[in-house]
Design a protein around this ligand. Structure first.
Ligand SMILES: *Cc1c(COP(=O)(O)O)cnc(C)c1O
Length: 235
């Protein structure tokens, strides 16, 4: 049965999150588990919701805005995928956090749309930690400057950093990258920039969330380990 399978997956992930917190000497409530539900039907999301999860992550604006009215109102939605400027207006007042800001121009558009809706939008700066050509995100060495520039936009609020680590087989291989991102966030925090917080570190996915927690992640984005493999050909 699908529901039983999902519940078992979630229990398994939750246990692994708890074990990683324990190893790192961190309290469980320092880490938010975001269930990444892209490509999955709302019936699947509902099972996970009924288990107590309130944070869901989607990477496409259209899919996100389609699912929001179908689901409970107390969900915290996270936009985790690349965001195009012309789509910003559909989501600024609907999401808890935008994880994927990697340019001033995008932040500027979020600021404009946020003002129109009378909201302040919490965002993360996406860092391309391994400098992969195939990935979005700002370079490590350019992150501080981007934070400074965006800090002047008064309807967006930088809450921290996000990274998508390389897709490796052995999660240990990503430890150094997570460590680097944590160090960068500590460094930026020490600059005490107005309107910039470094409370959130969104890093770690199915293949490496335990290592990410050990290295300081406050938000892990887990899809496959909860919902199973994604079948893109159905979409
Ligand atoms: C799909 C996705 C995830 C989840 O990936 P899994 O490997 O299935 O856990 C996390 N973060 C982002 C940005 C994603 O697009």
């Amino acid at each position: 049965m699908r529901a039983e399978e999902l519940k078992e997956n979630l229990t398994n992930v939750e246990n692994r999150v708890q074990e990683a917190c324990k190893r790192a000497g961190r309290a469980r409530d320092e880490v938010t588990l975001i269930a990444v539900s892209k490509t999955k039907p709302v019936e699947d999301l509902q099972v996970i919701y009924d288990c107590g999860i309130r944070d869901f992550g989607e990477n496409k604006v259209q899919e996100l805005t389609g699912k929001i009215p179908e689901m409970n109102e107390d969900i915290d939605w996270h936009l985790i995928g690349h965001l195009q400027r012309n789509k910003v207006k559909y989501i600024v007042d609907k999401v808890k956090l935008i994880h994927s800001v990697d340019s001033y121009r995008l932040a500027e558009e979020i600021n404009i749309q946020a003002k129109k809706k009378g909201v302040i939008v919490p965002i993360l700066i996406e860092v391309n930690a391994a400098n992969e050509a195939t990935k979005f995100g700002v370079k490590l060495e350019e992150t501080l400057q981007l934070c400074e520039e965006i800090s002047h936009l008064d309807s967006v609020h930088i809450m921290g950093l996000m990274t998508i680590a390389p897709n490796v087989v052995v999660s240990e291989e990503n430890r150094a990258i997570f460590h680097k991102i944590k160090a960068l966030s500590v460094d930026i925090a020490s600059q005490n920039i107005d309107n910039v917080d470094m409370e959130i570190l969104s890093m770690g996915m199915t293949n490496d969330f335990e290592v990410a927690i050990e290295e300081g992640a406050t938000h892990v984005r887990v899809g496959t380990a909860i919902f199973g493999e994604r079948n893109y050909s159905l979409n």
